[in-house]
Design a protein around this ligand. Structure first.
Ligand code: HEC
Ligand code: HEC
Length: 355
């Protein structure tokens, strides 16, 4: 969270495993089959059946730098449900009247829609909020990338002064005193309400927030007409110009650290390496801000953009990226095609979990 900035890890971040911990014993297959009828069962390896870059109608085997989200997730339904309940419970902020859901809202692609997150009285936010859709597929977390697992994030955020501002001791005591909540914990964990079990439930819920039916994923799975010609051209530009060298993998980002301002200094960078939200001691650059490359799934729904919310529209963010990350001015036509491609990355949350 914002309090991550206090230099929690001096060492450069390492790649964390995709899934932080083994799942519980009772497993639920959260199927997105309703959305994807006829497509379930398609191979999910990176060796995908996709149309060629020339958009031929017959699929050819090629290696794509972006892979589709899985159609199902082995998750413990009880823990997901409990996590969903806790996510909206303001008692997790010990009297601050704020819950996770206050800043991660479906209407804004699970962000808060503000340029800079509100924070708490006396502790204003210092960065834009991040989406938690598909968050289980990132390998490092927060703008600074210094948090290496969802468990670490959830554990820290409860007491982070700019976000929840709670106290673990109080949270565990209050929830233990609520018979209904305590009973639900007992059903899912033999040891009932504990700090670790609260964290595990929140993480299970977060991992359930997948959007596997995005048109672009359907296209990758072989549905040639799932995206427009503009979006196909936009994807080609995304690869040809090199956006994909930073925004790639299953989340189209979320898995590496990069300088913001490889060519010149973006207008929103006012404090160099000390810019709010940037990593400290990453070993990548001393004089420029370094961020985790943000994931671009559902990006059309998470305006405004960048660590400080300074880019109000997707087209503005795209142009600034071309200028400062690739050192090239791109035409309005390119911007618009890239935008079409990025819009095709939006999908709905798996229906099993959104009821
Ligand atoms: C006051 C607003 C606020 C509240 C409340 C809040 N968050 Fe956040 N969340 C943010 C902001 C801002 C960021 C980006 C912080 C940063 O990078 O320093 C963020 C980032 C995250 C991330 C990292 C996403 C990624 O891709 O790296 C996760 C996960 C997350 N929040 C989960 C939670 C959970 C769980 C709770 C409740 C226990 C919560 N948040 C409460 C504002 C909030
Ligand atoms: C060298 C690595 C790199 C390249 C190349 C790159 N990006 Fe980025 N991108 C980043 C980083 C780092 C950020 C975060 C900047 C910030 O927020 O301060 C970012 C942010 C973004 C955002 C805003 C996301 C959000 O949630 O706020 C969009 C949109 C984006 N990039 C699109 C593109 C496009 C389109 C291209 C190609 C024209 C591109 N990027 C090329 C590293 C890169």
């Amino acid at each position: 969270m914002t309090d991550d900035l206090a230099g929690l890890h001096a060492a450069p971040p390492v790649r964390a495993p995709l899934v932080g911990r083994p799942w519980g014993t009772t497993r639920l297959f959260i199927m997105a089959a309703a959305f994807l009828s006829g497509l379930a069962g398609t191979t999910l390896s990176s060796d995908l059946e996709v149309p060629t870059s020339g958009f031929a109608s017959s699929p050819t085997k090629v290696q794509e730098p972006i892979s589709p989200l899985p159609l199902s997730m082995p998750l413990d339904e009880g823990k997901v449900r409990l996590g969903e309940r806790l996510f909206a419970d303001s008692r997790l902020s010990s009297g601050n009247g704020i819950s996770c859901a206050s800043c991660h809202m479906p209407a804004f692609g699970m962000t808060d829609g503000r340029s800079i997150s509100s924070g708490l009285p006396g502790y204003p936010g210092i960065t834009n909020s991040l989406t938690i859709l598909n968050v289980g597929f990132n390998t490092q977390f927060s703008w600074s990338g210094q948090t290496l697992s969802l468990e670490e994030q959830a554990d820290k955020v409860i007491e982070a002064k700019r976000t929840m501002g709670g106290s673990w001791e109080e949270v565990v005591a209050t929830l233990s005193g609520d018979d209904s909540v305590a009973a639900e914990f007992k059903q899912n964990f033999p040891d009932g309400v504990t700090r670790k079990n609260i964290v595990d439930s929140l993480v299970a819920y977060e991992k359930s927030l997948i959007t596997p039916n995005a048109p672009f994923d359907r296209y990758l799975r072989g549905e040639t007409d799932a995206i427009s010609e503009d979006a196909k051209n936009g994807y080609q530009i995304f690869k040809d110009y090199g956006c994909v060298s930073c925004h790639q993998g299953i989340n189209v980002g979320g898995n590496m650290m990069q300088v913001f301002g490889i060519f010149g200094s973006p207008p929103s960078i006012t404090k160099g390496a000390e810019t709010a939200g940037s990593a400290h001691g990453s070993g990548i650059a001393d004089d420029k801000p370094v961020f985790r490359v943000p994931p671009l799934r559902n990006v059309a729904d998470t305006a405004p953009y960048f660590h400080d919310g300074s880019a109000k529209s997707l087209s503005e963010a795209i142009s600034l990226m071309a200028t400062y990350q690739l050192g090239r001015e791109i035409s309005d036509d390119d911007v618009s095609k890239l935008e079409s491609f990025l819009k095709s990355l939006s999908g709905d949350v798996s229906p099993v979990l959104s009821d």
